[in-house]
Write a protein that binds this ligand. Structure first.
Ligand code: GLA
Length: 344
């Protein structure tokens, strides 16, 4: 099912695409920003819960500055000093975050109209052409983001890109999840696990220092399920600088694997995060202030949590961090999935 989803200030008409699976799960995505708008899951009492924060229409997504459901690129997260060198040339980016580049600069991918192709009731693909010099990055780059809802309640997002010059790519999805329902308030009591023994230490501007710090004995330890709010106010450098959780975890293993989970006792909804990427920014909505959202809701600080799978932030400046350089003509392909189930 497709329906109108408002229009942008340039007069472009947006569409909302609804995908349904046999298990009764439903998601909605829009071509404006290739954003994830709704994720509807049945809770333990059989009630439908929408577990992602969002807006009612394209106007909301165009105005919003907090990346609800957004497809973020060409490089998600931060590049220190908003510039980098590649093959002997220096590329200047927009400094939109304390002198650094965040989530692609001001000309965001999540503020553009993508071309949509709906393959069937369970899959839609969005396409974007990002020209050479776009946001400051080299290479004419063709990008696609495919959303698929499988019958085993997995929302699978496949990212693909190919460029005609060496460039950087690091695409992610910035959905804010609240498994008690998008309008239910703070997520402090919901539990999270992250399959990581370490995180990347960052400075006051959230740029990694290059140090890999073990989570053992710190509030960053999510190796077992733990309430998000349990230690979030601890007197610990990373939490003070990030004003809560807003860090990159060094995910265990390689290849497609389960890297994180979240669960709400209130609704019984459990979400597993799977990816083939090496890192994940776990961000607890610390900078969410008063955001007017879907169906009259008002989202505030920590009303949602993001699991942004990625190459490590500022990897282009860190010799020992993998990625995100993609060679001309070589395809960039990564997959992240959010799998849902409900416990009694
Ligand atoms: C990312 C960053 C945060 C913040 C949010 C958007 O998760 O790491 O610091 O900028 O995006 O508000």
């Amino acid at each position: 099912m497709n329906c109108e989803f408002g229009s942008t200030s340039k007069g472009e008409k947006a569409t909302l695409y609804t995908l349904r699976n046999k298990g009764g799960m439903e998601i909605a995505v829009t071509d404006y920003g290739a954003a994830l708008v709704k994720v509807l899951v049945l809770d333990k009492d059989g009630k439908v819960q929408d577990v992602v924060l969002g807006y009612d229409n394209a106007e909301g997504y165009e105005k919003g500055g907090v990346y609800f459901g957004a497809t973020v690129g060409r490089v998600a997260n931060r590049i220190g000093g908003a510039s980098f060198e590649l093959n002997g040339s220096v590329y200047e980016l927009t400094d939109n975050d304390n002198g650094n580049s965040l989530h692609g600069g001001r000309d965001y991918y999540n503020k553009r109209m993508w071309q949509a192709e709906k393959l069937n009731d369970q899959k839609v693909t969005f396409f974007l052409e990002s020209p050479d010099g776009d946001q400051g990055y080299p290479g004419n780059t063709k990008i696609s983001v495919a959303y698929e809802l499988t019958d085993d309640n997995e929302l699978k997002i496949c990212y693909h890109g190919v460029s005609d010059a060496d460039t950087l790519m690091n695409l992610t999805n910035h959905s804010y999840f609240n498994l008690s329902g998008h309008a239910s308030g703070p997520v402090h009591e919901q539990e999270v696990f992250i399959a990581a023994d370490a995180f990347t230490r960052a400075d006051a501007q959230s740029i990694p220092t290059g140090e890999i710090v073990p989570v053992e004995g710190t509030p960053m330890d999510f190796r077992e399920y733990k309430a998000i709010g349990k230690e979030i106010e601890a007197n610990y450098e990373a939490l003070i600088l990030g004003q809560g959780y807003d860090h990159n975890w060094v995910l265990k293993g390689t290849g497609m694997r389960t890297v994180a989970g979240m669960r709400s006792k209130e609704t019984g909804i459990v979400m597993e995060v799977l990816t083939d990427l090496p890192g994940m920014q776990f961000y607890t909505g610390n900078f969410l202030i008063n955001e007017q959202g879907k169906e009259g809701s008002e989202y505030r600080r920590r009303h949602g949590a993001c699991f942004e799978t990625q190459y490590f932030p500022d990897a282009v400046h860190k010799e020992y961090f993998e990625g995100p350089v993609v060679k001309a003509g070589v395809s960039y392909d990564t997959v992240t999935a959010y799998r849902f189930c409900t416990e009694a």
